[in-house]
Structures are given as structure tokens and as C-alpha cells.
Ligand binder design. Sequence first.
Ligand code: SAM
Length: 269
Amino acid sequence: MLDFLGPRTLDAAMPATPAWPPSSLPRLFVDQSLAQDQTITLEGAPAHYLGAVLRLGAGAQLKLFDDRTGEWLAEVAEAGKRRVTICLRENLRARETVPDLWLLFAPIKRGRIDWLVEKATELGAARLVPVMTRRTVVERLNLERLRAHAVEAAEQCERTALPDLSRAEKLETVLRNWPAGRTLLVADEGGGIPIAEAVSPGPAAILIGPEGGFTEEERAAIAAVPQARSVSLGPRILRADTAAIAALSIWMAQAGDWDRHDRVRIENK
Ligand code: SAM
């Protein structure tokens, strides 16, 4: 029937081997250590999501990860609206090692800080550190809500390692205790080395200031840290969340893991 098609188009016409497991399977983080042939019971929001929202029934497959042992193929044994029992079938991937990059950021208003945490998780940041600076407008942070955004982003972007979200620290405390072996790239709209020239392999951190910018005293305190380098993200004044995403992306492309495509290997299994 298809012999008039050339070999390549024939391949294109032939249905490709479906990926296994299908990347469309529901994927959830569970905060308990998972193991082969283990049976776990989920209640509360995850059970509601699987049982009532996705209406998964017995036999349905899903992926779980625990930020400890990696990602697992699992199967629903029993499903109710409030309780779902699941059997672990196969360890699909080990917990990944994300690049050793921290994002330090002056908290910004709700909504945008949620977005920032979501994007930083997708981009591969290993640790997220809210840093209180003189011109930081947000006083209180809801870490639980931010963690929920990081978990949801990790579920969606197929991370197997959650970013470490630490409690807010004062800038002066962070600078005083700065680890010797970690480069600190400080995004400064007042000027610095073009970031692409400042990125080098090895443990690093990116510091993004508040909407009001750093004060002169803060700039002097930053300059006193031997590992600190002021970097520029170009001639325009970016909003703090834009600056964070831009800096993370450049670092990940140059010194991170954007040359890796783990998932492709699994799909060719
Ligand atoms: N208040 C500052 C001003 O008006 O000059 C702008 C602060 S900016 C909205 C927020 C943060 O984003 C800055 O503290 C800095 O960390 C980062 N940022 C924004 N644009 C930047 C640029 N062109 N180069 C480097 N960092 C930048």
C-alpha cells in the first residue's frame, strides 16, 4: 500500500514505537521513601486528585517520585475519592543530580514570587534562598506555599530531585557566611561583567536584588566577598523575576545540564 513512499517518508508514515512509560502518565511527588513491590496508600489532596479529578481506577498506571530513590512506575490497586492504594512496579530513574546552582533572591510580591519559584524549579536550580535586603518590600513569606509551587513544577517538568527551599536569610548574614568554594554572581543593574563571560563550571549562586535595587552599602558588602562577581544582564532594567530567569538560563546553558536529555534515553528503552 505504501510502497510509493521513499524509505524516510515510510518511516515517518509508520507509527513510531510508543514511548514507555508514556510521558503522559500522571506524575506525583510522595513524601515517603519508595521501594520495589511496595504498596502505599495516599489520602487527602493526592488521593482526591487521582481518584476524583483524574478518576483513575484499579490497574491505572502513574509515575511517583520521592526525592530520595528516584522515579517509579506504579499501578493503582484500589481507588476511592478519599483513599488510593498504589503498588510500586518498576524503578524508572534514579534521583538525578541537578547542577550545583543556588538562586538567592530578594522576595517579591505574591503571585510573582510563586512564578519565580516555579520557573527556577523548571530551570534546574538546586537551592532557592530568599534573601532579605534593605529595599525588600515583602516581610513575611509563606514557605509552605512556595514549596507546593516547587513540588508542582517538579512534577510537571519531570524532575526527580526537588530544589532545597531554605528559610529567608538577611543579606549580611548570607555574605558573612559565604562558602569559600562557591562563586557568587550578583546581578547588578548598576553594571558588571556581561554574565555570559562570568559563568564558569563549579558550585555557583546567582543573587537577584529587590525591585528597588541594592543600596550602596549592600554593594560595598557584596564587593568585599572574594567569591562575588557583579554581572550585567544587559542595558535594560529587568524586573527581578525576569532577571532571575535570564541569569539561570544563561548559567544552565553554559555550565549546567542543558546538554543532557535523560528522558530520551528512557523513551528509547
Ligand atoms: N531599582 C533598580 C533601578 O530602578 O535601577 C532596578 C532593580 S531591578 C527591577 C531588580 C533586580 O533585578 C536588580 O536588583 C538586579 O539584581 C536585577 N537586574 C535587573 N536588570 C538588570 C540588569 N540589566 N543587569 C543586571 N541585573 C539586573
